[in-house]
Design a protein around this ligand. Structure first.
Ligand code: NAD
Length: 377
């Protein structure tokens, strides 16, 4: 069975789905790995590094002809494939379910990395978490780079430098990494999340948990994700956060609701209440942004405040983002493998298995995922 790694085709996508070490793992499992020439270059992995690990470096057409395609972005790769092929990658099934319907029409089987269930045995396949870790780290560096202040407190012969004050909104995987990265740089950090259970995690990282008299008892679903709140909740949240935002030099927002547009939590009025030179880094930019003024991938200057909304933060750290993603996707693929009569590896899409059932979007010409089917009506 051949595993193909076509080069990513979305502009600005610097990650590669499989790094050379992953190619070695798959080769050892009895798979043939065909990497499109140059697929790993933007992430720092040369063709020679892949061949040294047992992969063959091939043309795009060859890579696209493989039985299983591993991608960061699954949708563009699925166009032009034929029935019987399988594509694994990020497919945004809850954001763009109609794309999944078109994929189903081609007869291709597609598995979505973002629907990986958050259960212990799938932890090493959880690419949303690994990419959020990268985003949280990079978000802090983007802010530090833009801020006209330093992050650490310094006591020098030239006087004392006060530490930067950082407010992190949303303390999930990205937010917690942003907190610890900002703390490591010496900033004074506070954070808020709609899920009260994260308070202790925030405090254990040395940050202050901002208490808003808002906590909803129905904040979290059974998967650990935040539930959407109504508009009056968000309005009250914005009112209560105004003073906190105004008192910080940096605001890093990471608030997301699965399958929904990111909630607007930072309004123009709040940005205008910040001190000149302050910075907002909106890590929810790809999903519409948490700040009203965010324009994805643009640096917006508004009355002395800078708003940065990178739409693909992991692509700004492509080497380690690819390393982590590659580990996630190879573990997932190995999980999906069985052996045929001749003891050759074969792909087994067993929907009795929770990991397969939760991630499998299309099969035999149809959309098979319950939530995606529901969205498509
Ligand atoms: P996410 O990316 O969907 O959202 C980011 C954060 O934004 C979440 O913490 C969410 O509560 C928060 N948020 C949403 N609306 C908000 C609002 N109005 N105001 C403030 N914050 C808001 O979530 P995530 O980071 O992917 O994960 C959420 C949680 O899932 C984690 O904290 C963790 O407990 C859990 N998790 C479990 C596993 C596992 O068991 N394998 C793996 C990863 C994460």
């Amino acid at each position: 069975m051949r595993v193909g790694i076509p080069k990513e085709s979305i502009p600005g996508e610097t990650r590669v789905a499989l790094i050379p070490a992953g190619a070695a793992t798959l080769t050892k499992a009895g798979l043939q790995v065909a990497v499109e020439s140059g697929a790993g270059l933007a992430a720092g992995f040369t063709d020679a590094a892949y061949t040294a690990q047992g992969a063959s470096v091939v043309s795009r057409a060859d890579a696209l002809g493989a039985d299983i395609l591993l991608q960061v972005r699954a949708i563009p790769a699925a166009n032009g494939l034929h029935p019987g092929q399988t594509v694994i990658g990020f497919a945004d099934p809850l954001g763009a379910p109609q794309e999944i319907r078109s994929v189903a029409g081609t007869g291709v089987s597609m598995l979505s990395m973002e629907l990986m269930p958050r259960i212990t045995r799938a932890q090493s396949m959880d690419a949303l978490s690994s990419m959020a870790t990268i985003a949280g780290y990079k978000g802090v560096l983007l802010a530090a780079n833009q801020l006209p202040r330093m992050f650490p407190m310094l006591m020098t012969a030239a006087g004392t430098v006060a530490p930067a004050r950082v407010f992190v909104v949303g303390a999930g995987v990205a937010g917690l990494q942003a907190i610890s990265s900002a703390r490591r740089l010496g900033a004074k950090v506070e954070a808020y999340d709609v899920r009260p259970v994260v308070k202790e995690q925030v405090q254990s990282l040395g940050a202050r948990f901002v208490e808003l008299a808002l906590e909803s008892t129905d904040a979290e679903d059974k998967g650990g994700y935040a539930k959407a709140q109504d508009e009056s909740f968000y309005r009250r949240q914005r009112e209560m956060m105004l003073k906190v935002v105004a008192g910080n030099d940096v605001v890093i927002t990471t608030a997301l609701i699965p399958g929904k547009r990111a909630p607007i939590l930072i309004t123009t009025e709040m940005v205008e209440a910040m001190q000149p030179g302050s910075v907002v880094v909106d890590l929810a930019a790809e999903r519409g942004g948490n700040c009203e003024l965010t324009r994805p991938d643009e640096v917006v200057h508004h009355k002395g405040v800078t708003i940065i909304g990178p739409s693909n933060p992991p692509a700004l750290v492509p080497y380690h983002a690819s390393q982590m993603y590659s580990k996630n996707i190879t573990t997932f693929l190995l999980h999906l493998l069985g052996k045929d009569g001749a003891k050759q590896p074969t792909l087994v899409l067993n929907q009795e298995d929770e990991i397969t059932r939760e991630t499998l979007l299309t099969r035999d010409g149809a959309v098979v995922h319950a939530r995606v089917k529901e969205l498509l009506g």
